[in-house]
Design a protein around this ligand. Structure first.
Ligand code: G1P
Ligand code: ZN
Length: 544
């Protein structure tokens, strides 16, 4: 078989964002666009000759074509072996699990996470390193640098592989193994959770749950684990068949986009437990009967109850959360006497802490929770963790969260997103805020006094690398906060994210509506940032 060397010229827009390179499908379909980026990944790697690569995606439109191209390019670039998911399917956490289990050199995951799919939707590609985690910034910078200088790429001239047939194939001199990643993933879950207790719960008459996998990648994993292995009745998992366009939906598990599930859990005769996961399976939303658990609270509850779960009963080394995530988990960590790390947004920043054994559980406000079992956030893992806690405690989701607030106080928390706003105006808004930060200290805003304000900068405690400009914080003397950030995953215009948080120790005030409790902070955010004027929007697009 022939290796073709194709001449190409660089694209200027291949800088990976919060989570890999994410663009409209139509951009990826431009001649050489995908190939350039894949070759840039390969060019940036050292010592990959003869090594094993893991490959899979969330099944969205263009997944299969991209996989065939990447297989042939990997063969032409000297990889020894590729482990590819059956049908091209591998959830992000499962890919992380497979990379670790097979000690692969790295992996390529094709996903635009929760962004809509289909010919008019988005596509994405991210590289994970041998620890199973997203490439750290120095690696993504190197890929970007290669993409700016690329002159040619290599591809094997060969027939497509049958991705639906399990087994070993040859592509040139490279071995290709098509595997079903549900199996290794299930084994890993079984090693962490008390499957017997969860099974008892799921098969008892008093308990009913509903998991909405939103026609995305988690469907096969959830069917297999919850229904087949743990005995939940058929129909427990809904929208369980991955579709190329996610059934036309927006596979983002939050109150806005997972409204079908929300209707069920807030409706009459609601089940006791509800959960949803996103396009590539790393996000989760947790609901109780008529009750929403914020992702920040979820992380805190998992931390406080980890001793009830076999895989974590030996104790936690520490916890980590992204900066905009609420401080609920900090209070649990403080009481438990373990370290709590505050990192920039994006899972890649947790990698070093997990590898160094400094953190066991991690989470982000954006519906992401995970642990040291893999190096990605993991939606189904979070669901099983909750089920394990529910099975042991025998209380409802609401009871568990309310008693948590009683012990630790409640962090009222909300994120307001202004999507697809003018990128230049959004940039100017952030710059204005940045200029203001040095003079904010001591200022009185409404009933709040500014304790400090800055543009968050992070020094990785393991390798000393520094990440600047990670979000403007205005922190008040009572611990309440407003954070402003621009999204690094959007594909159209800019998305402004405003994160609001206030702390309430008094249990008699825990019943308030979140948006009401945060109203004074919402007003201050508008006053300081002039959001309406800058974005031309009266309201956020999404409130979570
Ligand atoms: C968003 C979330 C962030 C998450 C990322 C990938 O990034 O805010 O927490 O890690 O998606 O799922 P953003 O668009 O804010 O850059
Ligand atoms: Zn995702």
């Amino acid at each position: 078989m022939n290796i073709a060397t194709i001449s190409t010229t660089p694209f200027t827009d291949q800088k990976p964002g919060t989570s890999g390179l994410r663009k409209a499908v139509t951009v990826f379909q431009k001649p050489h666009y995908l190939e350039n980026f894949v070759q840039s990944i390969f060019d940036s790697l050292e010592g990959s000759q003869g090594k094993t690569l893991v490959l899979g995606g969330d099944g969205r439109y263009y997944n299969r074509q991209a996989i065939q191209t990447i297989l042939k390019m990997a063969a032409a670039n000297g990889f020894g072996r590729i482990l590819v998911g059956r049908g091209g399917i591998m959830s992000t956490p499962a890919a992380s699990c497979v990379i670790r289990k097979y000690q692969a050199f790295g992996g390529i995951i094709l996903s635009a996470s929760h962004n809509p799919g289909g010919p008019e939707g988005d596509f994405g590609i991210k590289y994970n390193t041998s620890n199973g985690g997203p490439a750290p910034e120095k690696v993504t910078e190197a890929i970007y640098a290669c993409s700016k200088e690329i002159e040619q790429y290599k591809i094997l001239e060969a027939e497509d592989i049958d991705l639906d047939k399990l087994g070993e194939f040859k592509l040139g001199s490279m071995a290709v193994e098509v595997l079903d990643s549900v199996q290794p993933y299930t084994q890993l879950m079984e090693s962490l959770f008390d499957f017997d207790r969860i099974q008892e719960l799921l098969t008892s008459r008093q308990f009913r749950m509903c998991m909405d996998t939103m026609h995305a990648v988690t469907g096969p994993y959830a069917h297999s684990i919850l229904e087949h292995r743990l005995g939940a009745p058929a129909g427990t998992v809904v929208n369980g068949t991955p579709l190329e366009d996610f059934g036309g939906g927006h596979p983002d598990p939050n109150l806005v986009y997972a409204h079908d599930l929300v209707d069920i859990l807030f409706g009459e005769d609601a089940p006791a437990f509800g959960a949803a996961s996103d396009g590539d399976g790393d996000r989760n939303m947790i609901l109780g009967r008529h009750f929403f658990v914020t992702p920040s609270d979820s992380l805190a509850v998992l931390t406080a109850n980890a001793h009830l779960v076999p895989g974590y009963s030996q104790g936690l080394a520490g916890v980590a959360r992204s900066m905009p995530t609420s401080g609920a988990v900090d209070r649990v960590a403080a009481q438990a006497g373990i370290d709590c790390y505050e990192t920039p947004t994006g899972w890649k920043f947790f990698g070093n802490l997990l590898d160094a054994g400094k953190a066991t559980l991690c989470g982000e406000e954006s519906f992401g929770t995970g642990s040291n079992h893999v190096r990605e956030k993991d939606g189904l893992w979070a669901v099983l963790f909750w089920l394990n806690i529910l099975a042991v405690r025998g209380e409802s989701v609401e009871q568990i969260v309310r008693s948590h607030w009683q012990t630790y106080g409640r962090n009222f928390y909300s994120r307001h997103d202004y999507e697809e706003v003018d990128a230049q105006k959004a940039g100017e808004l952030m710059e204005r805020l940045r200029q203001m930060t040095p003079e904010m200290k001591g200022k009185q805003l409404g009933n709040y006094e500014v304790d400090y304000s800055d543009d968050f900068s992070y020094t990785d405690p393991v390798d000393g690398s520094v990440s600047n400009k990670q979000g403007i914080r205005i922190v008040f003397t009572d611990g309440s906060r407003i954070v402003f950030r621009l999204s690094g995953t959007g594909t159209k215009g800019a998305t402004l994210r405003v994160y609001l948080e206030s702390y309430e120790p008094d249990a008699s005030k825990h019943d308030q509506d979140t948006q009401k409790a945060l109203a004074p902070l919402i007003e201050i955010a508008e006053q300081v940032a002039q959001i309406k004027d800058s974005t031309g929007r009266e309201q956020p697009t999404v409130i979570t």
